[in-house]
Write a protein that binds this ligand. Structure first.
Ligand code: NAP
Length: 253
């Protein structure tokens, strides 16, 4: 039956950067659909652990800072040691730096590219190697952005990284299809999290953004749960290298 195809019972999902914001909602959505969660975070979040275990799912915190690729092998090893396998990877951890193009620093360029792009590739590579060895396929879901499609303002490294995430999603999808690993992206629109706090606190930008969203409101992290469960589940088995925008109509405007 079709609804059974959305179930994630018995699956193991690694989610990066899920202490707060979108990642937290994605981890909870996957757990609600049945998955055990490996939470890759810089610091512990007992509240998330309580919420996930109270759903009857297993939970593991892997301490990792994704500003370098040093932890990527260990993340996979710890997940496999605890839960025996990896079925799903959600590359969510991401940062943004804002400054005018003429002032933008190399540090703000490198920091963003390392977390948002380099670690996404090398963690995907480490997980895909494991999935190939398991022989049971898998799902990789990247978190893209409206700035995978548009230029944005005052965020050059973010735009470059998220445009890169879309390209990576496509090449990973191409090359991993033969191992029955599907790689897709979710492009959230403007979502209420710490990442967009500066925009919401700027009355001019807030009004401009809201006025351009056909849905007439900022998104909430929970708005992304449906897309991640779909892309993590057998319901999306013939989809790869693709991107789902969850944006209240922003791109259609
Ligand atoms: P957020 O509230 O700022 O959360 C970002 C998460 O990433 C936090 O949990 C943070 O960990 C983690 N993180 C950052 N740097 C890390 C590092 N070096 N190592 C490990 N974890 C790290 O932002 P968000 O809005 O939820 O963003 C989540 C993803 O969605 C990002 O990829 C972002 O680009 C993307 N996105 C957001 C929007 C939006 O409108 N909000 C739109 C499009 C795309 P700590 O809690 O330890 O800081």
């Amino acid at each position: 039956m079709i609804l059974d195809m959305f179930k994630l019972d018995g699956k193991v999902a690694i989610v990066t950067g899920c202490r707060r914001g979108i990642g937290r909602a994605l981890a909870l959505g996957l757990a609600e659909a049945g998955a055990d969660i490996v939470a890759v975070m810089r610091s512990e979040e007992p509240g998330l652990e309580r919420e996930i275990t109270s759903l009857g799912r297993r939970y593991l915190w892997v301490e990792a800072d994704l500003s370098s690729i040093e932890p990527v092998e260990r993340i996979v090893e710890e997940a496999v040691k605890a839960f025996g396998k990896v079925d799903i990877l959600v590359n969510n951890a991401g940062i943004i730096r804002r400054d005018d193009i003429l002032e933008f620093s190399e540090e703000d360029w490198d920091e963003v590219m390392n977390v948002n792009l380099k670690s996404v590739f090398f963690l995907s590579q480490a997980v895909a190697r494991r999935m190939k060895e398991q022989g049971t396929g898998g799902k990789i879901i990247n978190i893209a952005s409206m700035l995978s499609f548009q230029g944005g303002i005052r965020v050059p490294s973010y735009t470059a990284s998220k445009s890169g995430v879309l390209g990576l999603t496509r090449i990973l999808g191409n090359e991993l299809a033969k191992y029955d690993i599907q790689v897709n992206a979710i492009a959230p629109g403007y979502i209420e999290t710490d990442n967009t706090r500066a925009l919401r606190e700027d009355p001019v930008r807030n009004k401009e953004i809201l006025g351009r969203i056909p849905a007439g409101r900022w998104g909430s992290p929970d708005d992304l749960k449906g897309a991640v469960v779909f892309l993590a589940s057998p319901a999306s088995d013939y989809m790869t290298g693709s991107v789902v925008a969850v944006d209240g109509g922003w791109l259609a405007r």
